[in-house]
Design a protein around this ligand. Structure first.
Ligand code: SF4
Ligand code: MG
Length: 324
Protein backbone atom coordinates (compact mmCIF):
# COMPACT_ATOMS: atom_id res chain seq x y z
CA UNK A 1 0.00 0.00 0.00
CA UNK A 2 1.22 3.51 -0.79
CA UNK A 3 2.02 5.85 2.12
CA UNK A 4 -0.56 8.36 0.89
CA UNK A 5 -3.57 7.50 -1.23
CA UNK A 6 -5.86 10.30 -2.33
CA UNK A 7 -9.04 9.16 -4.08
CA UNK A 8 -11.61 11.28 -5.92
CA UNK A 9 -10.84 14.28 -3.73
CA UNK A 10 -13.13 17.23 -4.39
CA UNK A 11 -12.83 20.62 -2.70
CA UNK A 12 -15.20 23.59 -2.98
CA UNK A 13 -15.14 27.21 -1.84
CA UNK A 14 -18.23 28.80 -0.29
CA UNK A 15 -18.98 31.99 -2.23
CA UNK A 16 -22.19 33.85 -1.38
CA UNK A 17 -23.69 30.74 0.15
CA UNK A 18 -22.93 28.64 -2.91
CA UNK A 19 -20.29 25.89 -3.03
CA UNK A 20 -18.07 26.44 -6.06
CA UNK A 21 -15.84 23.48 -7.01
CA UNK A 22 -12.11 24.15 -7.15
CA UNK A 23 -10.66 20.63 -6.97
CA UNK A 24 -12.77 18.30 -9.09
CA UNK A 25 -12.14 14.71 -8.14
CA UNK A 26 -8.42 13.96 -8.17
CA UNK A 27 -6.69 10.68 -7.32
CA UNK A 28 -2.99 10.03 -6.76
CA UNK A 29 -0.59 8.07 -4.58
CA UNK A 30 2.75 8.79 -2.95
CA UNK A 31 4.95 5.77 -2.23
CA UNK A 32 7.16 5.81 0.88
CA UNK A 33 10.57 7.30 0.17
CA UNK A 34 9.59 8.79 -3.21
CA UNK A 35 8.74 12.25 -4.48
CA UNK A 36 5.51 13.19 -6.21
CA UNK A 37 5.47 16.53 -8.01
CA UNK A 38 2.21 18.38 -8.52
CA UNK A 39 2.53 21.09 -11.12
CA UNK A 40 0.17 23.69 -12.55
CA UNK A 41 -0.52 27.42 -12.76
CA UNK A 42 -1.73 29.38 -9.73
CA UNK A 43 -5.38 28.65 -9.02
CA UNK A 44 -5.32 25.08 -10.40
CA UNK A 45 -6.04 23.63 -6.94
CA UNK A 46 -2.59 22.27 -6.09
CA UNK A 47 -2.12 24.27 -2.87
CA UNK A 48 -5.66 23.54 -1.66
CA UNK A 49 -4.95 19.85 -2.22
CA UNK A 50 -1.88 19.99 0.02
CA UNK A 51 -3.72 22.01 2.69
CA UNK A 52 -6.51 19.41 2.63
CA UNK A 53 -3.99 16.62 3.24
CA UNK A 54 -2.42 18.57 6.12
CA UNK A 55 -5.87 19.20 7.63
CA UNK A 56 -5.44 22.96 7.33
CA UNK A 57 -8.74 23.74 5.61
CA UNK A 58 -10.89 23.33 8.72
CA UNK A 59 -12.77 26.44 9.74
CA UNK A 60 -12.15 28.22 6.46
CA UNK A 61 -14.49 28.96 3.56
CA UNK A 62 -13.05 25.96 1.82
CA UNK A 63 -14.47 22.43 2.27
CA UNK A 64 -13.72 18.93 1.18
CA UNK A 65 -16.94 17.84 -0.54
CA UNK A 66 -16.02 14.23 -1.34
CA UNK A 67 -13.25 11.68 -1.61
CA UNK A 68 -10.81 10.06 0.77
CA UNK A 69 -7.27 10.69 2.02
CA UNK A 70 -5.66 7.51 3.34
CA UNK A 71 -2.33 8.09 5.06
CA UNK A 72 -0.28 5.20 6.43
CA UNK A 73 -3.37 2.99 6.33
CA UNK A 74 -5.68 5.45 8.12
CA UNK A 75 -8.59 7.17 6.39
CA UNK A 76 -7.95 10.70 7.65
CA UNK A 77 -11.32 12.15 6.71
CA UNK A 78 -13.10 9.39 8.65
CA UNK A 79 -11.15 10.05 11.87
CA UNK A 80 -12.47 12.36 14.56
CA UNK A 81 -10.69 15.75 14.25
CA UNK A 82 -8.59 15.19 17.35
CA UNK A 83 -7.22 11.80 16.15
CA UNK A 84 -6.68 13.23 12.73
CA UNK A 85 -4.60 16.13 14.03
CA UNK A 86 -2.53 13.68 16.08
CA UNK A 87 -1.73 11.57 12.99
CA UNK A 88 -0.96 14.64 10.90
CA UNK A 89 1.16 16.32 13.56
CA UNK A 90 3.15 13.16 14.22
CA UNK A 91 3.99 12.07 10.69
CA UNK A 92 3.45 14.93 8.24
CA UNK A 93 5.16 18.28 7.96
CA UNK A 94 4.84 21.15 5.54
CA UNK A 95 7.09 23.91 4.27
CA UNK A 96 5.92 26.97 2.36
CA UNK A 97 7.25 29.44 -0.16
CA UNK A 98 8.20 32.34 2.09
CA UNK A 99 9.96 31.37 5.32
CA UNK A 100 9.62 34.94 6.67
CA UNK A 101 5.86 34.44 6.98
CA UNK A 102 6.22 31.11 8.80
CA UNK A 103 9.11 32.04 11.07
CA UNK A 104 8.33 34.37 13.94
CA UNK A 105 10.56 37.45 13.47
CA UNK A 106 10.84 38.20 17.20
CA UNK A 107 12.18 34.80 18.32
CA UNK A 108 15.62 33.33 17.72
CA UNK A 109 15.51 30.49 15.17
CA UNK A 110 16.92 28.02 17.70
CA UNK A 111 14.06 28.70 20.12
CA UNK A 112 11.53 28.15 17.32
CA UNK A 113 13.08 24.83 16.34
CA UNK A 114 13.36 23.82 20.02
CA UNK A 115 9.63 24.55 20.50
CA UNK A 116 8.64 22.37 17.57
CA UNK A 117 10.85 19.54 18.87
CA UNK A 118 9.22 19.84 22.32
CA UNK A 119 5.80 19.51 20.67
CA UNK A 120 6.81 16.11 19.37
CA UNK A 121 9.15 14.65 21.97
CA UNK A 122 9.12 14.28 25.73
CA UNK A 123 12.67 15.48 26.34
CA UNK A 124 14.20 18.32 28.33
CA UNK A 125 14.66 21.79 26.87
CA UNK A 126 18.44 21.34 26.94
CA UNK A 127 18.15 18.06 25.00
CA UNK A 128 15.79 19.73 22.54
CA UNK A 129 18.34 22.49 21.98
CA UNK A 130 21.00 19.86 21.29
CA UNK A 131 18.62 18.23 18.80
CA UNK A 132 17.96 21.65 17.21
CA UNK A 133 21.71 22.05 16.63
CA UNK A 134 21.79 18.56 15.11
CA UNK A 135 18.92 19.48 12.78
CA UNK A 136 20.67 22.70 11.70
CA UNK A 137 23.74 20.61 10.94
CA UNK A 138 21.57 18.11 9.05
CA UNK A 139 20.27 20.89 6.77
CA UNK A 140 23.88 21.99 6.17
CA UNK A 141 23.79 25.31 8.02
CA UNK A 142 27.41 26.25 8.64
CA UNK A 143 28.35 26.88 12.28
CA UNK A 144 25.03 25.66 13.77
CA UNK A 145 26.15 26.41 17.36
CA UNK A 146 26.65 30.04 16.33
CA UNK A 147 23.60 30.38 14.08
CA UNK A 148 21.12 28.85 16.51
CA UNK A 149 20.79 32.18 18.34
CA UNK A 150 20.22 34.24 15.17
CA UNK A 151 16.97 36.02 14.49
CA UNK A 152 15.30 35.18 11.15
CA UNK A 153 16.21 38.56 9.57
CA UNK A 154 19.91 37.88 10.24
CA UNK A 155 19.81 34.91 7.85
CA UNK A 156 19.66 34.86 4.04
CA UNK A 157 16.53 33.59 2.24
CA UNK A 158 18.22 30.26 1.54
CA UNK A 159 19.32 29.87 5.18
CA UNK A 160 15.80 30.68 6.37
CA UNK A 161 14.38 28.00 4.09
CA UNK A 162 16.93 25.56 5.58
CA UNK A 163 15.69 26.54 9.05
CA UNK A 164 12.11 25.82 7.93
CA UNK A 165 13.18 22.42 6.66
CA UNK A 166 14.94 21.76 9.98
CA UNK A 167 11.70 22.62 11.83
CA UNK A 168 9.73 20.36 9.51
CA UNK A 169 12.15 17.50 10.26
CA UNK A 170 11.65 17.95 14.02
CA UNK A 171 8.86 15.35 13.99
CA UNK A 172 10.74 12.86 11.74
CA UNK A 173 7.95 13.10 9.17
CA UNK A 174 7.03 10.19 6.91
CA UNK A 175 5.71 12.78 4.47
CA UNK A 176 7.03 16.27 3.80
CA UNK A 177 4.74 18.54 1.80
CA UNK A 178 6.66 21.38 0.18
CA UNK A 179 4.53 24.09 -1.45
CA UNK A 180 6.68 26.19 -3.81
CA UNK A 181 9.63 25.79 -1.40
CA UNK A 182 12.13 27.51 -3.67
CA UNK A 183 10.01 30.02 -5.58
CA UNK A 184 11.17 33.00 -3.50
CA UNK A 185 14.86 32.08 -3.95
CA UNK A 186 17.27 32.84 -6.75
CA UNK A 187 18.15 30.03 -9.16
CA UNK A 188 21.45 28.95 -7.57
CA UNK A 189 20.04 28.85 -4.04
CA UNK A 190 16.96 27.10 -5.40
CA UNK A 191 19.09 24.32 -6.87
CA UNK A 192 20.95 23.89 -3.57
CA UNK A 193 17.71 23.61 -1.57
CA UNK A 194 16.31 21.03 -4.02
CA UNK A 195 19.56 19.03 -3.75
CA UNK A 196 19.33 19.24 0.04
CA UNK A 197 15.77 17.90 -0.02
CA UNK A 198 16.87 14.96 -2.15
CA UNK A 199 19.81 14.23 0.14
CA UNK A 200 17.60 14.40 3.24
CA UNK A 201 15.16 12.05 1.58
CA UNK A 202 17.94 9.55 0.94
CA UNK A 203 19.06 9.86 4.58
CA UNK A 204 15.64 9.73 6.28
CA UNK A 205 13.48 7.76 3.84
CA UNK A 206 10.70 10.35 3.98
CA UNK A 207 8.30 10.80 1.09
CA UNK A 208 7.96 14.27 -0.44
CA UNK A 209 5.02 15.91 -2.15
CA UNK A 210 6.40 18.88 -4.04
CA UNK A 211 4.00 21.55 -5.29
CA UNK A 212 5.30 23.92 -7.95
CA UNK A 213 4.25 26.06 -10.90
CA UNK A 214 7.66 25.37 -12.43
CA UNK A 215 8.06 22.19 -14.45
CA UNK A 216 11.85 22.70 -14.32
CA UNK A 217 11.84 22.34 -10.52
CA UNK A 218 9.64 19.24 -10.82
CA UNK A 219 11.96 17.71 -13.44
CA UNK A 220 14.96 18.09 -11.11
CA UNK A 221 13.37 16.48 -8.12
CA UNK A 222 10.45 14.13 -8.68
CA UNK A 223 9.91 10.41 -9.31
CA UNK A 224 6.30 10.85 -10.38
CA UNK A 225 4.50 13.89 -11.76
CA UNK A 226 0.85 14.94 -11.74
CA UNK A 227 -0.09 17.96 -13.87
CA UNK A 228 -3.16 19.88 -12.69
CA UNK A 229 -5.40 22.15 -14.73
CA UNK A 230 -8.58 23.77 -13.46
CA UNK A 231 -8.96 21.40 -10.53
CA UNK A 232 -8.19 18.15 -12.35
CA UNK A 233 -5.13 16.02 -12.92
CA UNK A 234 -4.81 16.19 -16.70
CA UNK A 235 -1.64 14.14 -17.07
CA UNK A 236 0.32 11.84 -14.77
CA UNK A 237 3.34 9.58 -15.30
CA UNK A 238 6.73 8.65 -13.88
CA UNK A 239 8.93 11.74 -14.39
CA UNK A 240 11.28 10.09 -16.89
CA UNK A 241 8.38 8.93 -19.01
CA UNK A 242 6.58 12.26 -18.85
CA UNK A 243 9.60 14.28 -19.89
CA UNK A 244 10.39 11.83 -22.70
CA UNK A 245 6.87 11.92 -24.11
CA UNK A 246 4.30 14.52 -23.03
CA UNK A 247 0.83 13.51 -24.11
CA UNK A 248 -1.22 16.56 -23.08
CA UNK A 249 -0.83 19.89 -24.91
CA UNK A 250 -1.01 21.78 -21.60
CA UNK A 251 2.00 19.87 -20.22
CA UNK A 252 3.92 20.71 -23.40
CA UNK A 253 2.95 24.36 -22.92
CA UNK A 254 4.24 24.29 -19.34
CA UNK A 255 7.54 22.92 -20.57
CA UNK A 256 7.81 25.62 -23.22
CA UNK A 257 7.19 28.28 -20.57
CA UNK A 258 9.91 27.25 -18.09
CA UNK A 259 11.32 30.61 -17.10
CA UNK A 260 14.92 31.33 -18.04
CA UNK A 261 15.26 33.79 -15.16
CA UNK A 262 14.27 33.36 -11.52
CA UNK A 263 11.25 35.66 -11.78
CA UNK A 264 7.89 34.02 -11.16
CA UNK A 265 5.70 33.67 -14.22
CA UNK A 266 2.05 34.15 -13.37
CA UNK A 267 0.76 33.61 -16.84
CA UNK A 268 2.26 31.21 -19.29
CA UNK A 269 3.59 33.03 -22.27
CA UNK A 270 3.67 29.87 -24.36
CA UNK A 271 -0.03 29.19 -23.82
CA UNK A 272 -2.45 31.83 -25.09
CA UNK A 273 -5.49 33.10 -23.19
CA UNK A 274 -6.12 32.19 -19.55
CA UNK A 275 -7.41 29.57 -17.12
CA UNK A 276 -11.23 29.71 -16.70
CA UNK A 277 -12.20 31.62 -13.55
CA UNK A 278 -13.45 29.89 -10.40
CA UNK A 279 -17.17 29.31 -10.85
CA UNK A 280 -17.08 29.91 -14.60
CA UNK A 281 -19.04 27.31 -16.57
CA UNK A 282 -16.97 25.40 -19.06
CA UNK A 283 -18.32 22.71 -21.37
CA UNK A 284 -16.11 20.07 -22.89
CA UNK A 285 -12.39 20.10 -22.19
CA UNK A 286 -11.55 23.01 -19.84
CA UNK A 287 -8.37 23.60 -21.86
CA UNK A 288 -10.08 23.91 -25.26
CA UNK A 289 -10.14 27.75 -25.48
CA UNK A 290 -6.33 27.71 -25.19
CA UNK A 291 -5.53 24.53 -27.08
CA UNK A 292 -3.81 24.43 -30.45
CA UNK A 293 -4.86 20.81 -30.85
CA UNK A 294 -8.62 21.38 -30.26
CA UNK A 295 -11.28 19.99 -32.60
CA UNK A 296 -15.07 20.33 -32.42
CA UNK A 297 -15.52 17.39 -30.00
CA UNK A 298 -13.29 19.18 -27.47
CA UNK A 299 -15.87 21.94 -26.91
CA UNK A 300 -18.62 19.38 -26.21
CA UNK A 301 -17.15 16.44 -24.35
CA UNK A 302 -14.87 16.55 -21.31
CA UNK A 303 -12.20 13.94 -22.02
CA UNK A 304 -11.77 11.02 -19.62
CA UNK A 305 -8.27 9.90 -18.62
CA UNK A 306 -6.78 7.78 -21.40
CA UNK A 307 -3.93 5.36 -20.69
CA UNK A 308 -0.97 6.23 -22.89
CA UNK A 309 1.00 3.41 -21.22
CA UNK A 310 0.33 1.34 -18.06
CA UNK A 311 1.78 4.11 -15.86
CA UNK A 312 1.01 7.18 -17.97
CA UNK A 313 -2.40 8.74 -18.55
CA UNK A 314 -3.74 11.98 -20.00
CA UNK A 315 -7.15 13.64 -20.16
CA UNK A 316 -7.18 14.53 -23.82
CA UNK A 317 -9.21 13.26 -26.78
CA UNK A 318 -6.06 13.26 -28.90
CA UNK A 319 -3.19 12.39 -26.55
CA UNK A 320 0.30 12.68 -27.92
CA UNK A 321 -0.63 14.32 -31.22
CA UNK A 322 1.40 17.27 -32.42
CA UNK A 323 -0.36 20.56 -31.71
CA UNK A 324 -1.28 22.82 -34.60
FE1 SF4 B 1 -6.87 20.06 -26.52
FE2 SF4 B 1 -9.04 18.68 -27.14
FE3 SF4 B 1 -7.04 17.50 -25.86
FE4 SF4 B 1 -8.57 19.30 -24.60
S1 SF4 B 1 -9.21 17.31 -25.39
S2 SF4 B 1 -6.38 19.16 -24.53
S3 SF4 B 1 -8.97 20.74 -26.24
S4 SF4 B 1 -7.01 18.33 -27.92
MG1 MG C 1 -0.05 27.94 -4.45
Amino acid sequence: MALLEVKDLAIAVAINGRLVPVVRGISFEVEAGTTLGIVGESGCGKSLTSLAIMGLLEGSQVRITSGSIVFDGQDLLALPPERRRAVMGADMAMIFQEPMTSLNPVYRVGDQITESILQHRRISRAQARERAIELLRLVRIPDPEGRIDSFPHQLSGGMRQRVMIAMALACDPKLLIADEPTTALDVTVQARILDLMKELQAETGMAIMLISHDLGVIAETCDTVAVMYWGKIIETAPAAELFADMAHPYTRGLLASIPVTDREVDRLEAIPSRVPLIGETVTGCAFHPRCGRARPVCADIDPAAIAVSPSHSARCHFPGEDSA
